[in-house]
Ligand binder design. Structure first.
Ligand SMILES: [Zn+2]
Length: 360
């Protein structure tokens, strides 16, 4: 009898947590703060290409760069890496025209609640401000950094200075470089020294948020010098220029983020520690309004700012392109990051949502 039971157990499907994982050994996560699904899926918005609603200064120049007749051409002009590479070899969730919205569970629709939901796997009503208070919840970055295989091989580079609190790095020792703080390394390389000089020279246009290029280059240097297994890059200019009603600079920021991602991806594919065994997940913390008046804003009273998008590229993500007929939430990001590495975040944090369904 017992023998039959054993045989029966062997025939049961292997539970997800015990599944041998795929090829992914490293994960890079990137966020474009408050970048709307509208621009991702349809490119530049004609109703904002003006001085009054969009605050556009060089209208002809902007149109030349990003205005095209069809939505497909516009999104391709704005985000060529997303549309030439991720949409072909990876997957993109969140296209409302394909019955595939991606939504926040938190009703607050601003940054700290969003990053908590994304990295801790659930919406927490106790997180109701952007104040620099340590997060009471375990993030997937802390979960991984606590494992011997990832110890001190997890890092976050973020333009916004609230991230040390979001990841409670003072408590857990996670490496989080944020805002206008100088880059620390032992020893500092020449590019890192130069970035620190630039931070000293640049105008502090947003006191709590450094320009994307500084953080992007600091992250690239960290990758090349230290070969982290998990790196998070949090970018902020799309949100800042949005609040500033500068649609021209909002589009430029997204376009430059896309160019950086293409270059980073190509560099990873030429680096033995990363080539063919690295996954990339790109998303946003919230959407924004959809009208000529409120596209600049987000928050609980802004209709539509709960809609986001999530893109994944890597050796374990079948090239299904823009996903259809699948609704997802921001809370699924945390367990997805762990699952790509063959780890089960929900075993440590049972409130976390299930990973994204990347295979049909
Ligand atoms: Zn904002």
């Amino acid at each position: 009898m017992r023998r039959f039971l054993l045989l029966f157990l062997l025939l049961l499907p292997v539970p997800q947590s015990a599944r041998a994982h795929g090829k992914t050994e490293n994960v890079i996560v990137v966020t474009l703060d408050g970048f709307r699904w509208q621009e991702l899926f349809t490119g530049a918005d004609e109703t904002l290409l003006d001085k009054k609603s969009g605050g556009v200064r060089d209208l002809e120049g902007l149109k030349e760069r990003f205005w095209r007749k069809s939505a497909d051409e516009r999104r391709q002009a704005l985000l060529p890496f997303f549309w030439d590479t991720i949409a072909v070899k990876g997957q993109i969730f969140g296209d409302p025209s394909r019955k595939a919205v991606s939504k926040l569970n938190n009703g607050l629709k601003f940054s700290y609640p969003g990053y908590n939901e994304m990295f801790c796997g659930f919406a927490d009503p106790k997180i109701d401000s952007n104040d620099k208070k340590p997060n009471p919840n375990l993030s997937v970055l802390e979960f991984l950094n606590d494992k011997p295989a990832y110890k001190n091989r997890v890092a976050a580079f973020c333009t916004w200075d609230v991230f040390p609190s979001i990841f409670r790095s003072k408590q857990n020792g996670l490496l989080v470089h944020a805002g206008w703080t100088m880059i620390k390394d032992k020893p500092l390389g020449p590019r890192q020294q130069f970035l620190n000089e630039m931070m000293d020279q640049l105008p502090r246009y947003w006191p709590g948020n450094v320009f994307d290029t500084i953080t992007q280059e600091a992250a690239r240097e960290h990758i090349l010098r230290h070969k982290p297994r998990v790196l998070y890059l949090g970018l902020g200019e799309t949100d800042e220029w949005g609040h500033g009603r500068r649609y021209d600079l909002y589009l430029d920021a997204a376009n430059k983020n896309d160019r950086y991602l293409k270059d980073l991806w190509e560099t990873l594919q030429k680096t033995p520690e990363y080539a063919g065994k690295t996954s990339l997940l790109i998303t946003t913390d919230h959407g924004r309004g959809s009208t000529r008046v409120n596209w600049t804003d987000h928050g609980k009273d802004v209709p539509g700012a709960e809609y986001i998008w999530i893109a994944v590229l890597g050796p374990d993500t079948p090239g299904l392109g823009v996903r259809a007929d699948v609704e997802t939430t921001q809370a699924q990001v945390a367990a997805t990051i762990a699952q790509l590495l063959g780890e089960d975040f929900r075993a440590a944090s049972p409130k976390a949502a299930a990973p994204l369904p990347m295979v049909k």
